[in-house]
Design a protein around this ligand. Structure first.
Ligand code: GLU
Length: 302
C-alpha cells in the first residue's frame, strides 16, 4: 500500500544566541534547497525558548543575513517565546498521561552517570518512582522506554536505546523554561513540518524528539542531518573561509562555499557569479545523495 505523502514543509530554526555562523548558514541553505527543489514550503522559526541564552538583537541580525543571502521564507516568522502556552498544553498532556515525573536531582548528583552521545548525563532514575523523602522537585523529566530507530536521509540507519543510552530527560527545567526538545516537537507538529534538514550536532537529540512525538500523538517527519562544519568534513574549505563570520562573506561566495561543503560540486565557472545564478544552479542540481556523511560535534542540549 502506498501512503500519500503530505506536501513538503521544511524549516530553518536558528537559536538567536549570536550572529549567524557558517555552520548555521549551511543548515539554512541545505534546508532551503531541499524544500524549494521539491516545490515545498520553507518556514522560519526563531528558537528563543531558552530565554537565558537569547542575545538581544541576534534574531534581527539573523533575519537580515538570511534576506541578504536570498533565503526567502514563507509565512510569518514563528517566535518560540510567544508560544509558551502551547508548550504548557503539551506538558500538561504528558503529565495527565503519567509520562512525566518531578525530579529533585541536582547536576552534581548525576555527574557520575555515564555520558549520552550528546554530552548530557544518562539519568540514573533516582526520582522515577517518587521523590526521595524530604527533597523538593525542581525539574520534570519524561519517562523513556525501548528503542527508537529511524533512517536518516544522509547519515543512514540510526538506532538508540533510550533507556540505556539517554535516560529520562528534562522537559521542564528548574528555572521554569521548557526544554528545547519539547518546544521543537510541538512547533514542528503545529507547522505540519514533513522534513527536518539540520546540522548533525542534533542527531543525538532526534531519538528524544521521536519519543515525544509518539507520546503526544504527532507524526514523525523524515530527517536529514547535514555534516557539521567544525570537523574534518571542512577540509575542502580554507581555514580562512571557515573562520569568517557570515556577516563578512559576500552572499554568492557564501553560497558557493556552502555548496562545496555540502559536496554539491559547483562548477568552477560558477565561482564569481552573482547570487541569483549560484542559487539557481544549486536549486537545479541539489542532491542529498552526494552530501558527505561526516557527523560529529555534540553540543549538549537539555
Ligand atoms: N535551534 C537549534 C540550533 O540552532 C536547531 C533546532 C532544529 O533545527 O531542530 O541549533
Amino acid at each position: 500500500m502506498t501512503i500519500a505523502r503530505r506536501p513538503y514543509v521544511g524549516r530553518f530554526a536558528p537559536s538567536p544566541t549570536g550572529p549567524l555562523h557558517f555552520g548555521s548558514l549551511v543548515a539554512a541553505i541545505g534546508s532551503f534547497l531541499d524544500a524549494r527543489s521539491r516545490a515545498g514550503r520553507w518556514l522560519l522559526r526563531v528558537e528563543d525558548v531558552d530565554a537565558p541564552r537569547t542575545v538581544p538583537g541576534a534574531a534581527d541580525g539573523i533575519l537580515k543575513t538570511l534576506e541578504r543571502f536570498g533565503l526567502a521564507w514563507d509565512d510569518e516568522v514563528v517566535w518560540q517565546s510567544t508560544r509558551l502556552d502551547l508548550y504548557r498544553d503539551a506538558f500538561d498532556h504528558l503529565k495527565a498521561a503519567g509520562h512525566v515525573f518531578p525530579c529533585a536531582c541536582t547536576r552534581r548528583e548525576i555527574a557520575d552517570s555515564a555520558l549520552a552521545r550528546d554530552g548530557s548525563r544518562i539519568y540514573p532514575g533516582t526520582c522515577r518512582d517518587g521523590l526521595p523523602p524530604g527533597r523538593t522537585a525542581h525539574a520534570w523529566r519524561v519517562r523513556v522506554a525501548g528503542r527508537i530507530a529511524f533512517d536518516d536521509r544522509i547519515q543512514g540507519h540510526q538506532e538508540e536505546n533510550l533507556e540505556t543510552e539517554v535516560g529520562d530527560f528534562v522537559v521542564l527545567r528548574g528555572d521554569g523554561q521548557f526544554a528545547y526538545q519539547l518546544a521543537v516537537v510541538v512547533d514542528d507538529a503545529a507547522a505540519g513540518v514533513t522534513d527536518v534538514v539540520r546540522g548533525a550536532d542534533l542527531l543525538g537529540s532526534t531519538g528524544r524528539q521521536i519519543h515525544l512525538q509518539h507520546l503526544l500523538g504527532h507524526p514523525t517527519p523524515t530527517y536529514a542531518h547535514l555534516p557539521v562544519v567544525v570537523n574534518a568534513a571542512g577540509e575542502k574549505l580554507s581555514k580562512q573561509t571557515l573562520a569568517l563570520p557570515v556577516d563578512e562573506l559576500g552572499a554568492a561566495d557564501g553560497w558557493f562555499a556552502a555548496l562545496e561543503f555540502l559536496g554539491q560540486d559547483p562548477p568552477e565557472a560558477l565561482r564569481g557569479a552573482g547570487l541569483t545564478d549560484v542559487r539557481q544552479w544549486a536549486l537545479e542540481h541539489w542532491s542529498t545523495d552526494i552530501i558527505p556523511r561526516k557527523a560529529a560535534g555534540t553540543a549538549g542540549k537539555m
